[in-house]
Ligand binder design. Structure first.
Ligand SMILES: [Zn+2]
Length: 455
């Protein structure tokens, strides 16, 4: 064969995908016919012919070809065939396929071959502080797609023929974008070993279904089916186990093995069951529970690593600690570290330091005159009838207590009563002329209140 035999189609390939389609078809078809393929750095292929095909090649044992587009026949290296629709070698290939009704079983060339190749890539997606990840179980299942290859002949003008692949799902639909990504491969490799069982799928029916979905022939072109390929892709489903210390957590996953391996799709993030936060960074808190790094904080009181959802921030000091270290101010309702609360010098309740003025809380400074008929006063007097001899009642309530002040002819009384239990929390008396209060002794309390329900 000499360079002058080459059909000149200078405007081919019309685009890269057209060239790739041709390349994929030719290489798959040659392998299907029993040719052994080799390629070199210059993208020149060698195809070693099987015994039975040599006669049609005038006795040649090997053909060399390229898909590259040389600008003119005279610069094509001698003895190298051009492989493109319409070329001599391409037509020879079509004649070999004609009538054979070959169905090639293939996989994308980078379909993961082993579980270890697959799991290694999967594990790399996760960072596990002080622990490790392993596969708890995984099945790799080969799922088939049908690829129909058409040669498109334009009916008019001088445009060249083109090769198009149409891919159909096992349930007879055109593939979606995700599936196209799995199948997008420059080369298909023959399925290693015995091809899997199609489980009752009739290739002829499948092909018919595919053809009916693909109306490629129209007023301007005709479509000729030139190859049928079953492409097997590996679908993985399993469970990962993360272990840190003696604790373990599981994560189910599934997806196309090749997409997980080449990074086209990511495995699922681990989701902390308690905080519902998700991440690839897995870590444990000090009590051993496994969560994600983002969900972990430190309790400033214990220095322990805990879930941030269990921490509170002090409204006064801004320090974070476990909620057991906090109280809520009964007046401002701020959440404050117990150690940052202040004691009101009048009612002796623990309150936010922000609501103290000269040591007295905002409530104690805002007592309002109240009649005996007020439901709150009625409750207090009902519980402690001896208080009825006092008059001039003033009252204020917080979320916890009633703070009441009363007077008699020569004395003043301060009493703090819990709103729910009616327990007396503090009693003090004072002179009429001075604002100072003196806490009542146990004996004085009995005299003032009668039977006392003090804690
Ligand atoms: Zn107070």
């Amino acid at each position: 064969m000499t360079s002058t035999d080459i059909t000149k189609t200078s405007d081919w390939p019309s685009n890269e995908s057209s060239r790739r389609s041709t390349e994929r078809f030719v290489l798959t078809a040659l392998e299907g016919l029993g040719f052994r393929l080799q390629t070199d750095d210059h993208h020149i292929f060698k195809a070693h012919a099987p015994e039975e095909t040599r006669e049609t090649l005038n006795g040649a044992t090997m053909i060399r070809f390229t898909f590259d587009n040389f600008s003119a026949p005279d610069v094509t290296p001698a003895g190298i065939e051009i492989m493109r629709p319409g070329s001599r070698m391409f037509n020879w290939l079509l004649s070999q396929l004609k009538g054979k009704n070959l169905v090639a079983h293939c996989t994308p060339e980078d379909n993961p071959a082993s579980l270890s190749e697959f799991s290694e890539r999967l594990f790399k997606c996760y960072q596990i502080d002080g622990g490790k990840v392993h596969l708890l179980g995984c099945t790799l299942e080969n799922k088939p797609f049908l690829e129909l290859t058409y040669l498109i002949h334009p009916k008019h003008g001088n445009a060249n023929a083109d090769v198009i692949h149409v891919t159909i799902t096992p349930d007879g639909k055109r593939i979606d974008n995700d599936q196209a990504k799995i199948l997008h491969s420059r080369r298909l490799a023959p399925f290693p070993g015995k091809s899997p069982n199609l489980r009752g799928t009739d290739v002829a029916n499948w092909r018919q279904l595919g053809a009916s979905l693909t109306e490629l022939s129209n007023d301007t072109q005709t479509a000729e089916l030139i190859a049928t390929t079953i492409i097997w892709c590996t679908y993985a489903a399993g469970k990962l186990s993360f272990s840190i210390g003696s604790a373990a957590a599981e994560l189910p996953f599934e997806g196309w093995a090749r997409m997980l391996v080449d990074g086209t799709s990511q495995p699922p993030m681990f989701t902390c069951p308690e905080t519902e936060k998700s991440s690839y960074h897995v870590a444990a808190i000090d009590d051993g529970r496994i969560t994600v790094a983002d969900a972990i904080g430190t309790c400033s009181k214990t220095n322990r690593r805990v879930l941030t959802m269990d921490l509170r921030t002090c409204a006064i000091t801004k320090v974070q600690a476990m909620k057991t270290y906090f109280l809520t101010c009964p007046i401002s309702e701020q959440v404050i570290l117990k150690s940052a609360m202040a004691n009101c010098q009048t009612c002796h309740e623990m309150v936010s330091p922000e609501i103290l003025t000269d040591g007295t809380c905002h409530a104690c400074r805002n007592l309002r005159s109240v009649s005996r008929d007020d439901p709150r006063m009625a409750r207090i007097l009902g519980e402690y009838p001896r208080l009825d001899r006092w008059g001039g009642w003033k009252l204020v309530e917080t979320t916890n207590v009633y703070i009441c002040v009363a007077k008699s002819f020569w004395k003043r009384l301060l009493i703090v009563v819990h709103r729910e239990t009616m327990e007396v929390r503090f009693v003090a008396t004072g002179g009429k002329l001075f604002s100072k209060w003196t806490e009542a002794s146990q004996l004085e309390k009995s005299e003032l209140l009668g039977s006392l329900r003090s804690g």
